[in-house]
Design a protein around this ligand. Structure first.
Ligand code: AMP
Ligand code: MN
Ligand code: MN
Ligand code: MN
Length: 276
């Protein structure tokens, strides 16, 4: 089975490495097919593709769209779309526009618990300012020794209900799938094991996703346990979804799984790359 890694990040969003370095590292790790899937931005694709071509690694256009479904933040990965598609680009630009204003509200909330200047501090960590994310705030709070690592920042400040978390309106499930499919791509549920869905909510979400034209689900992911792999393999089969595999690599030292370093997809599933 080819080593396909269809989920990772560069400095075009909240990754630590520039897109060219992500592609070089993937090739060095033996990846046969790579998709770069930055949050809400596709600015890294062209450069990553140039490097992938030089390294004889197949490259697939990707993006990870931030959406809100019934009050929860969910991520939809788009794969193998036309990066010049006008509606997709306009949709992503709309999500990015909301991020700066959200970051200002996050900084105001953090100020109330005695953490100063976090907007400017987080921005210094963001190579792409329009993609300012909670990950950049987390790096600033580690830098200023408020917390010892990124994970503890999330656990103390940045999850729902905590002092630095603010509500935000992301795209809708329907719009995200319309943009991806309209641009000729495949919509994939990112890391389904990470959402706090009840069993019934999960099924309702998957029903909605499928009804809107979603066709794939990440089964093997850097944030999945073996139990998740078994659970989402069953659901992929039941729903007739294509199965995807992606590390969600953000950078050395910040991700458990390196590019291409995942277990294989169970061979009973239809890999999403079979349609590329
Ligand atoms: P945002 O898109 O601004 O809401 O930021 C979400 C990003 O923060 C994710 O894409 C991850 O990179 C990171 N993140 C979310 N939850 C955690 C966590 N518990 N620990 C570490 N990083 C996280
Ligand atoms: Mn991220
Ligand atoms: Mn995600
Ligand atoms: Mn991701």
């Amino acid at each position: 089975m080819p080593n396909c890694d269809l989920h990772c990040h560069s400095t075009a969003s909240d990754g630590l490495l520039p897109a060219v370095d992500v592609a070089r590292r993937a090739a060095a790790n033996g990846v046969d097919m790579l998709a770069l899937t930055d949050h809400d931005d596709i600015a890294g694709l062209a450069l990553a593709r140039t490097v992938a071509d030089e390294c004889d690694m197949r490259f697939i256009n990707g993006v990870e769209v931030s959406i809100e479904w019934e009050g929860q933040q969910v991520h939809i990965v788009g794969l193998n779309f036309d990066a010049d598609d006008a509606s997709l680009n306009a949709g992503l630009a709309g999500i990015r526009a909301g991020r700066v204003e959200r970051a200002q509200r996050m900084a105001a909330e953090l100020e109330r618990v005695g953490i100063h200047d976090s907007f400017a501090g987080a921005m210094r960590h963001a190579a792409n300012p329009s993609l300012i994310s909670r990950a950049h705030f987390a790096r600033y709070l580690v830098e200023t020794k408020v917390c010892r690592d990124v994970r503890s920042v999330f656990d103390s400040y940045l999850k729902p209900g905590l002092p630095g978390y603010v509500e935000h309106r992301w795209a809708s499930l329907e719009d995200s799938i319309r943009w991806i499919v309209g641009a000729g791509g495949v919509a994939v549920v990112a890391h389904p094991g990470r959402y706090r869905f009840s069993a019934r909510e999960l099924r309702r979400f998957l029903d909605d996703f499928k009804a809107c034209g979603g066709a794939g689900i990440e089964v093997v992911s850097g944030s999945h346990t073996q139990e998740h792999v078994a659970q989402f393999s069953r659901l992929a089969t039941e729903y007739g979804f294509l199965a995807s595999r992606g590390s969600d690599f953000h950078g050395p030292g910040e991700s458990y799984v390196d590019l291409g370093g995942l277990a294989a997809l169970p061979d009973t599933l239809t890999p999403v790359w079979s349609v590329f």
